[in-house]
Write a protein that binds this ligand. Sequence first.
Ligand code: FAD
Length: 445
Amino acid sequence: MANRAYPTDTRIVQHTGGPQTWKVDADICVAGAGITGVSAAIEAARLGRKVVLVDGLPSLGGQAVNSIIGTFCGIFANGDDRYQFTHGIIDEILNDLGASDDLYYRVGPGWTTVFYDEIALSRWIERKIQEAGVEVILGAVIRSVEFENRRVKKLHIATRYGDVELSAKGFVDASGDAVLAWLSGLPCREPAQTIYGTQMVVVEGVNEEGAPSREEIAERIAETASKYGVVREDGLAFFFEGRGTVGLNMTHMETPLEPMATSAMALEGRRQADNAVKLLRAEFPETFGECRVRAYGLPGIRQTRWIVGKHHLKVQEVIDGTEFDDAIARTAWGIEVHDTPENIIWDSFGTGHVHYVPLGSLTPPDADNLVAAGRCIDADISALSSVRVMAPCAAMGAAAAHALDLAGDGSIHQIDMGDLRTRLKDNLERTDHYRDEANPKNAAA
Ligand SMILES: Cc1cc2nc3c(=O)[nH]c(=O)nc-3n(C[C@H](O)[C@H](O)[C@H](O)COP(=O)(O)OP(=O)(O)OC[C@H]3O[C@@H](n4cnc5c(N)ncnc54)[C@H](O)[C@@H]3O)c2cc1C
């Protein structure tokens, strides 16, 4: 043993009195650090606001990172005219992850999706949040909300290191479950039928040479699912070409808003995922015979509880492409409802289709400083399924930041819509294509 002076000193400490509480103040508090909350926080910080971003998980990125969603949907117009709907952080992600070869464009039958490496996205988010000067409080569960005179005043937050009281002028509810609206006692919606979540899995060690097409895999899953105990019959396998990895979206489990049941369903999701891997190994031994699970995501949650806003977005408005005066985001993603264990409803839109999200769907009528964004805005089940994909989520986050910035100490219901639309015009009007000259293969076809 080296003749080393090992550190030995300690000090005695003892917990006395009540809970330890830290007090934090912000201009804008963003609850939830998924793609929506990250977009809102970066946008608000770049507007010069003091921003605090809170998440119950110990890491940033919400489902985009931690549930390993793996694919950006809703960025591009459908058909031949594939212009880009959402800009802001989406431009930066396409540029930066494109440059590091962490993106892969899939130009599908009518629509374009963008696969991403979730670890690269996770680091991108962390760097950008730091650079923007956003204060983050992670591992921080919002337990209660003080709501008075139409305003959210303060959040009470529990962390493993003590409690935090967080005050702000404006709040973005990007929690996915409408936690701020719910805990403020405002009316919320839940689906009147089960909407299923998915346990995503990434497998590695896949032999890409001569691999079956996505369609062939889907067909075989449908034929053989029950033989392997795979509940979902229309599962999908996403190859990230050149890496020998495949993301599996092949399970369906319930995601109830109840702690014990939801924990049990997380385990059920992993059981189903293991069965899905068994199916692929047995049915496609050349391709998947040597594969193993690299990572299980956190349970993927689609639609649980959302706000009642000034406007309830309806599926007919999505189908008609209704252009609202207070539009703040657009997309052309299809209607994608996960409403049975076995199958989903998937109706895509053709060339030229655009549908819009109005600010009214983000704003509870009885609150002046609360804007919901992402998968907890007001819509019917099918309409929500078409606007909760990540590109419009990012656009909604940016819109929430600008709406609260314009409102200041006043009411989001009294902001000048003309000013807001001017600020958001890239996400509402631009029709130019994404082009990355340095990495032409990353340019959407
Ligand atoms: C399995 C699955 C596959 C999908 N596939 C795609 C796809 O291929 N492409 C695509 O674009 N979209 C896809 N979607 C949809 C998309 O991923 C989500 O709708 C989107 O990521 C939602 O982002 P968000 O920021 O609104 O919410 P989330 O990412 O859910 O973030 C909400 C955050 O709020 C935090 N939070 C919640 N409650 C509290 C609380 N009380 N206290 C503190 N923090 C709290 C959570 O920890 C979480 O990090 C998929 C969804 C699922 C579930």
